[in-house]
Design a protein. Sequence first.
Length: 277
Amino acid sequence: MKFLNSGKVKDVYDMGDDTLLFNFSNRVSAYDVKFNDEIPQKGKVLCKFAKFWFEQLDVENHFVKSHSDTEIIVKKMEMLPIECVVRGYFYGSLVSRYNSGTTSLPENIDTTLAAKLPEPLFDPTTKSEHDIPITKDEAIAQNLAIMSELKTPIMVVVTGEGGSGGALAISVGDHLSMLEYATYSVASPEACASIIWRSSDEAEKAAESMKVSAKELKKISIVDEIISEPLGGAHRNYDEVSESIKNSLLKNLKSLQKLSIDKLIERRYQRLLKIGS
């Protein structure tokens, strides 16, 4: 076992295979500063929290198993260097950024220290030695840049309404499929109409211009495949649609897995260049 680095709270070790060991310490940090005093048993609590939430996730993640009361073993993976912070209270770095004018908040927010926010606030940061707050747009931009270079096939399926920044985030997939009656756009027709015609009443006209349907998007190479739905929509037969999605994913994944990493990334790049042609 080889020591790799020490973070604000965790120490990381290479286990010599395809796994790492995370050791949760009792250290305390705030504003990127490590304090001398420690909190007894903090490492054990953090380790239990981590194990609990990783086991609750319905998607595959890097957690392998517990190693001790303060240690877990995880798979080596390529990290997306973004920390998704959701704040419920006016506290921490949000206070200093708001007071300095670098972060804006909705009007009539109670800015008393530790006041509860009326709605949860998405406040992402970079994940590095010194976390730097970033906007949602910057987070999406970083996601696009990193995803475009991922050395693994990226399969995307739009099953209902794919919209907003998430639509951009999945656009760099190697194969993008849509259910027959799904929609996909970077903004809702109402938002588009409000920007162009200054009125959401023109949403129908905007929807037609935006080409949000699967058939229209396939014509301009944004969508690679349209997955048929039962008459009346996917909700009429969940099992049939699920089987169709599964077959599509397996077929196209098998094809992509035949490519070398270099060819996979080049294909991804060429696919993006074809959009709109």
